[in-house]
Design a protein around this ligand. Structure first.
Ligand code: SF4
Length: 415
């Protein structure tokens, strides 16, 4: 890729069929212009045009060195890291050679809190946590696979004193790096350390707009205050900040849950609010009544549209329900597992996503690229699914309900 002010020319060397193609991408204020040069089919020309133009409807959240940021989950456009995302996207969706675009890496299972909904609850008890060296190797192997977003998760990642070194191991020209945190240890010193290491964004978890309820759900007094303080500090330090939460069937109807969350996040200066679906896994296993039904999804999407109109150009709300819906990216993305994203637990188990308690093996025994191929060859993941597999009754009946009782999670599939 070559750069001219805010205009970059993407050359798609990783996709042999497109080696003569050039896509010049230019950020013009809040929108993108793309000029496609080279011989390609009209269908592909249409798809590439749509890929870039679809961002315009979202609105930018920030601008860095002339490039636009549309989401904390994607590298700035245009940029070298985004060129890689674009290559992986075309390889996966046009040429049917799936390449993951994002990797979430658990760096510890430890946490100060005991949240009812924790997706890491009950996992890999007794297995040793990955060392810093193992995590660096995993990062390298993910980058080799084509990943352009590395997200460090937990447990609580800030409990690892060596976190900054992990962030620094992600070269910004290859990928952006994020950290999900509960903010308990989000001190100015840790923020400065992560900033110096080159972090792209922080995602801070918030369970409720009501301080007492958030503290109750986290099992710790003062947890809400730490979130507010941490977000404000991180914004003062110039970091991109997102707030992450999850929606249950009841909460969607409760006392303006989503608008209140959006008001708080925007008021604190956050640029993105992510609303995951409540998924029956980890601490929520067996709590089927909390998962979203059709009506609550419909309500949630309506609320999302309203808050996005209100905060356009300042903060975006993205819901998992939207990503997996016909209104969202489903025609292009759908379920991220085996498609867009991979997950490695803090104990080195390779799983389809953070919420799926199935392991395809350990990074201690095989390289990430090999485990990715193993996942793609499995009948459950050899085809793209537009809907969340963990919320699909057939998938659960076949692969989740059959996990033998008392087994270590994530459960190692037999091949
Ligand atoms: S199963 Fe798919 S859609 Fe559901 S949480 Fe995992 S990646 Fe996301």
């Amino acid at each position: 890729m070559t750069q001219r002010s805010s205009s970059w020319t993407y050359r798609l060397k990783q996709v042999p069929e497109l080696e003569n193609l050039e896509v010049e991408v230019e950020a013009l204020g809040g929108s993108l212009r793309c000029d496609i040069r080279g011989k390609i089919s009209p269908m592909l020309r249409f798809l590439i045009g749509r890929f870039f133009s679809s961002h315009d409807s979202l609105g930018t959240l920030a601008s860095v060195k002339g490039s636009n940021i549309y989401s904390l989950y994607f590298p700035p456009i245009p940029s070298a890291a985004h060129e890689r995302l674009f290559e992986s996207f075309l390889s996966t969706h046009v040429f049917k050679r799936p390449k993951p675009m994002a990797a979430t890496i658990g760096v510890t299972g430890r946490c100060q809190y005991r949240c009812v909904h924790c997706s890491a609850a009950g996992r890999s008890a007794g297995r040793p946590e990955m060392t810093a060296e193992e995590i660096r190797r995993v990062v390298d192997e993910c980058l080799e696979l084509g990943v352009s977003n590395i997200t460090f998760t937990g447990g609580e990642p800030l409990l690892r004193r060596d976190l900054a070194g992990m962030i620094a191991s992600v070269p910004p020209e290859l990928a952006v790096s994020q950290v999900f945190t509960n903010a308990a240890d989000l001190t100015p010193e840790r923020i400065a350390e992560m900033s110096k290491a080159g972090i792209y964004g922080l995602q801070v978890s918030l369970d409720s707009p009501d301080p007492a309820e958030h503290d109750r759900m986290r099992g710790t007094a003062g947890a809400f205050a730490a979130v507010e303080k941490g977000i404000k500090e991180a914004r003062r330090a110039g970091l991109l900040v997102g707030v992450s939460t999850y929606a249950t069937r009841n909460r969607v109807w409760e006392d303006h849950f989503l608008p209140r969350m959006a008001d708080l996040a925007a008021g604190w200066g956050a640029q993105e609010l992510t609303v995951f679906d409540a998924i029956e896994t980890g601490g929520l296993l067996g709590k089927k009544d909390l998962t979203l039904d059709r009506l609550s999804r419909w309500k949630l999407l309506g609320q999302m549209g309203a808050v996005n109109r209100r905060y356009r150009g300042k903060m975006r709300t993205v819901t998992q329900s939207w990503t997996n819906s016909g209104r969202g990216f489903s025609r292009l993305i759908g379920c991220l597992a085996g498609n867009f994203q991979i997950h490695i637990t803090s104990h080195g188990e390779f799983t389809p996503c953070d919420f799926t308690p199935l392991s395809f093996g350990s990074i201690r025994d095989s390289p990430v690229g090999e485990l990715w191929q193993k996942l793609l060859s499995h009948p459950a993941y050899s085809r793209r699914s537009l809907r969340c597999r963990m919320q699909n009754a057939d998938f659960r009946r076949k692969y989740i309900d059959t996990i033998p009782e008392g087994e270590d999670l994530p459960y190692r599939l037999k091949f």
